[in-house]
Design a protein around this ligand. Structure first.
Ligand SMILES: Cc1cc2nc3c(=O)[nH]c(=O)nc-3n(C[C@H](O)[C@H](O)[C@H](O)COP(=O)(O)O)c2cc1C
Length: 131
């Protein structure tokens, strides 16, 4: 079975702690069932999510995420086959990523659109090494 990894960014809509906790608890329940793992960088101005798992499961989950009105402007950053998972132990790791990522000003100026998929992967690699 082919393993796929998908990374996207979006802009939170109605971001607060109850909303985030709701997203994470449903995500973790579904992902455990669907053999999906990954990480969600979550802050008031940015969601950046890495999903990995069987192709069909990742595709179906991304469809649901695209239709979710708790965020806007979903942009696909990377999508392709992988040999091994980056986050095998996490149904969905969450990280506020406050100190070492882009500033709010950079995000507002379109930092994500101007960052290569390789550089975005570096962000997740760093998140992994710090956990
Ligand atoms: C930023 C963001 C990340 C999400 N991540 C996941 C996820 O990893 N897995 C998941 O099943 N749903 C995720 N969701 C929720 C889905 O959009 C959708 O609400 C949910 O899958 C519906 O679950 P249900 O079919 O059990 O009702 C996410 C939503 C947002 C806004």
């Amino acid at each position: 079975m082919s393993l796929m990894q998908l990374i996207y960014a979006s802009t939170p809509f109605g971001f607060d702690n109850p909303t985030l906790n709701q997203i994470l608890s449903v995500a973790r329940r579904n992902n455990a069932r669907d053999d999906i793992t990954g990480a969600l960088i979550c802050r008031a101005d940015l969601y950046l999510q890495l999903l990995e798992g069987p192709r069909a499961a990742v595709t179906a989950t991304f469809h649901k995420i695209l239709a979710d009105d708790r965020h806007l402007d979903v942009v696909l950053i990377a999508c392709g086959d992988i040999k091994t998972r980056m986050f095998p132990k996490w149904d969905m790791k969450d990280d506020p990523a406050t100190s070492w990522m882009w500033t709010q000003e950079q995000v507002a100026a379109g930092a994500i659109e101007h960052t290569s998929d390789e550089d975005v992967r570096v962000v997740f690699t760093r998140l992994l090494s710090e956990s």
